[in-house]
Structure formats: C-alpha cells, structure tokens
Design a protein around this ligand. Structure first.
Ligand SMILES: Cc1cc2nc3c(=O)[nH]c(=O)nc-3n(C[C@H](O)[C@H](O)[C@H](O)COP(=O)(O)OP(=O)(O)OC[C@H]3O[C@@H](n4cnc5c(N)ncnc54)[C@H](O)[C@@H]3O)c2cc1C
Length: 460
C-alpha cells in the first residue's frame, strides 16, 4: 500500500496549493483528483474561463461602443464565438497542464480517481486504477458544487449552471439568470455584451447580498444602463424545457419564455462520495466540514480547506488555507486573517471589497468615518474613458484604522490589493494618505479617498 505523509483529496486551488506547499516542507505527498485535469472548479470551470470570456466580451463591447470615441473606426464587427471559446479553452488547458508540471517538479504523486475516506489514516482511490493509500495526514479539499433550486429542472443544456454558461455554442436570444450573485452577474454580463437579452431574477430585494449595499445599488444602475434587466424580489418556482424553449415561472408575474436559463443561486460544499462518516469527520448543519482555527477537523490528523469549510467561496481563500494547513502539518506557524480577504466581481466596472461593509459597521455600532472619491475626478480614469464609480474607505472614528474598503470602478480588482495589505498591516487611513501614489494612476483614487476620511481630498 503506498504510504504518504500527506494525502490531499481534491486538486483545486486549495488542494493543489496544499500539495505543493506540503512538498516544499519536505513531506511525501499524494494528491487524489477525480478529473483528468488538475486545477479544480477555479481553473477548469470557474475563475479562469469566466475571466477569459469576460475579457473577450468586454473587448467586443468596447469595439462596438467605445472605439469610435477614441477616433478608431472599425466598420462592421463580426463575432466569431467559436474562436472566442477556443481561446478560453486554450487558456484553461495551458494553466491546468502547468499544474501537472508543478506536481512533477515537487515530486507529488498524482492519483486519478475518486477519493473516499476509509478511516482516519486510509484513503481509497476509486477509478480505473483503484488503490488504497496510507496517510499520516489527510487534507480534504473537495470544493463545492452548484446549488439546486426546487422546481428548476436542470438538464445541463438549455437549463444549466455556470459550467454550461461558459460554453454556450451560440449567443442566446434571451437568457434568464436565476440569482443576482457574483457568478450570475459575471456570466450575465458576458452574454449581454455578446448580444443576448439578459433578465436576472433575484429573490432578495437587492443584488449581490453581502456586498456593501451602497456600492451594490450603484452597480445595479450601471448594469441596467448596459441593458441587463433585473426583477428583484422574484421567487422562482419552476423552470423547465417545453418544445425546445425554456419556461421560467416566478411568483407574482407571468412566466417568462426564453432560450436558456442559468441557475446561479449559490454553491454547496461537496462531500459527495467522500464518506466522511467512515472517519467520523463532523459536518455542520449546512453540510460544511467543521474545522478549528488550525483547519483541523474533529479528527486531529484530518484537515479541511477551501469551499468545503465555512467562509467565502473564493480561490485565494482556498489557496491561503492550503498553505496554512500544509505549514501546520509540518509544525510551522500559520495564521489567516479572514478580515483581509478581498473579493472581486469582474463586471464592468469591477466591484471589489475588503474588510467590513458600511452595513456591518452600522449593525455592530462601530464608530467610523467615511472617505469617498469618484473615478470621474481622476485623470487616468478619464484617459481610459472609464469614469463610473468610486472608492470608499471606512476608518475607525477614534483610531483611524482602516476597517473596510469598497471600490466600484475600472480595475477595482487590482486596486483592492493595496487595501488588503493596508488592513493586514493594521494601517490607518492617514498611512494610505501619506503614501506616495504614482500619477496619473487609478490608485490615486485610494489616496484621495483616504484623504477624504479626514475631509481633505485635494481633487474633489
Ligand atoms: C463560474 C465561477 C467563477 C468563479 N470565479 C472566481 C473568481 O473570479 N475568483 C475567485 O476567487 N473564485 C471564483 N470562483 C470560486 C472558486 O472557483 C472556488 O472558490 C475555488 O475553486 C475553491 O477551491 P477548492 O480547492 O476549495 O475547490 P474546487 O476548486 O472546487 O476543487 C475541488 C476539486 O476536488 C475534486 N473532487 C471532488 N470530490 C472528489 C473526490 N471525492 N475525490 C477526488 N477529487 C474530488 C473536484 O473534481 C475538484 O477538482 C468561481 C466559481 C465559479 C463556479
């Protein structure tokens, strides 16, 4: 029976990073992944292909709507969707192969098959080459799966999840998105830019629950201007295919007939086939593996990371937990500051945030001061012809410590890195305000928002 210091089950951003880090720590590592390509949801059917499609579709929209204002006339534009999809697939293949290379470099043994716990130190690999592994430590990293919705008959074709929406063979005439969260909005934007009529049905009275509500309201207005239709407070009761068309029923209005439906109402932790009971690993009432501050389950040599446990379902959170679990197993110090994990919505404009929202501060009765700065007052944003949105910094009223940063605007996803570092370092708004920022850059909006916390923004 092959023996390993660490067996990782799942080869997504949590699992593959944990495997690499454990190998860097000098441990003998095996990684069990049931898909032929490593990289998990993120690389195969998540972060990377969605960003490739967002980038391509945004260029198409710009060519159609914005190039002319730069003095660039293109004539009639033609969309070659299959080429766009091929490009996306090539990016995915290149990156997943890259992880194969990293596994070889770090001498990690790859097992292709489904991992199942046989006990606290034993894992069965089920598949074409079944094998049992002996493990001193096990890291569970089996990620998440798309959540179903009662009454919605997913056929993985006309009514599908994000996986199908990354590869529609034609631009749907009318796409109905169920759920106004990050995934629904990003993919809704992709197909709207490529020419689909997009209707988003959301049960709650707002989009992007969890996001700073002021930013979410502003973003919704911008998405509406881009042609996306929102029906908020709409409870979907059924969706099915009838005679080759989709019919979506929701309370309080007539059913919608459309060409495709994207179900995007969230994701659930994936313990399918893992047989957590065999090792006695505890789950919480939402099916997530319960871990302590050291990412250990109730069985001390079994760790769990990523989408499988509580916390935001984000690739970089999974990666950081992978590194932490591998370091803790090796007897090193590790700590994750969950307050400093940024989240980004890659729409146009992008929306990014880190730390507390204004709603959370109000609810917790934490005294704060707020500084905002609009991109419309920034020279670089004007040069980019992308002036919508603003930066908002929330700092403690007494100590000036940065508690939350929220950005709606161009390249918000890149700009938020500075804010995450500020929160990690316990910086004050004054620290950001005193740090030189290159001119002309979008990052100057952060400096100005930090100055605005103290009422002394220069350019607004
Ligand atoms: C459309 C979409 C877009 C996204 N965009 C972003 C983004 O831009 N940024 C971001 O941070 N996050 C994004 N996410 C979320 C991100 O993909 C997840 O947070 C991340 O992949 C979680 O990593 P993980 O390692 O925990 O799990 P996963 O990536 O889900 O990996 C789990 C792996 O385990 C394997 N597996 C499952 N069960 C078994 C088993 N029993 N045996 C063997 N293998 C098994 C699966 O095949 C999978 O490869 C997106 C998700 C989606 C769906």
């Amino acid at each position: 029976m092959p023996q390993h210091d660490v067996v990782v089950i799942g080869g997504g951003p949590g699992g593959y990073v944990a495997a690499i880090r454990a190998a860097q720590n000098g441990l003998n590592v095996g990684c069990v992944e049931m898909e032929s390509a490593l990289g998990g949801t993120c690389l195969r059917v998540g972060c990377i292909p969605s960003k490739a499609m967002l980038e391509s579709s945004e260029l198409y929209r710009m060519a159609k709507e914005q190039f002319a204002q730069h003095g660039i006339n293109t004539g009639a534009l033609e969309l070659d969707l299959s080429k766009m999809l091929d490009r996306k697939n090539q990016i995915v293949t290149g990156l997943t192969k890259g992880i194969d290379g990293l596994f070889k470099k770090n001498k990690i043994t790859r097992y292709l098959g489904k991992g199942r716990l046989l006990g606290p130190n034993k894992v069965a690999v089920e598949g074409d080459n079944p094998v049992e592994l002996d493990a001193k430590h096990i890291i569970l990293a089996t990620g998440s799966i798309s959540a179903p919705l009662k009454g919605v008959e997913v056929d993985n074709n006309l009514i599908g999840t994000s996986t199908e929406a990354l590869s529609y063979p034609e631009v749907p005439g009318h796409l109905v998105v169920i759920g106004a969260g990050v995934i629904g909005l990003e993919l809704g934007c992709v197909w709207a830019r490529l020419g689909a009529k997009v209707t988003v049905l959301e049960y709650l009275p707002r989009i992007m629950p969890g996001m700073d509500s002021e930013m979410a309201t502003e973003a919704q207005k911008l998405f509406q201007k881009q042609g996306i239709e929102f029906k908020l407070g709409s409870r979907v009761t059924a969706a099915r295919v009838v005679d080759g068309k989709c019919v979506v029923e929701y309370e309080g209005a007539d059913p919608i007939q459309c060409d495709r439906v994207l179900l995007a109402v969230g994701r659930l932790p994936n313990t399918n086939g893992l047989d957590v009971n065999a090792a006695g690993v505890k789950l919480d009432d939402r099916g997530r593996v319960v871990v302590n501050d050291h990412l250990q389950t109730n069985i001390p040599n079994i760790y769990a990371i990523g989408d499988l446990i509580a916390g935001p379902m984000l690739a970089h959170k999974a990666e950081d937990e992978g590194v932490a679990a591998a370091d803790l197993i090796a007897g090193k110090y590790a700590h994750i500051n969950y307050d400093a994990i940024p989240s980004v919505v890659y729409t146009d404009p992008e929306i990014a945030s880190v730390g507390k929202t204004e709603d959370q501060l109000k609810q917790a009765e934490i005294p704060y001061r707020k500084g905002t700065f609009p991109f419309a007052a920034n020279g670089r944003a004007k040069a980019l012809a992308s002036t919508h949105g603003r930066v908002k910094i929330l700092a403690h009223a007494d100590t000036d410590r940065v508690l939350g940063v929220h950005i709606l605007g161009p390249r918000a996803g890149d700009l938020i890195a500075e804010a995450a570092v500020a929160i990690e370092f316990g910086a004050s708004a004054e620290d950001i305000a005193r740090s030189p920022h290159a001119h002309p850059t979008l990052a100057e909006c952060l400096k100005e928002a930090a100055l605005a916390v103290d009422g002394r923004a220069i350019h607004f």
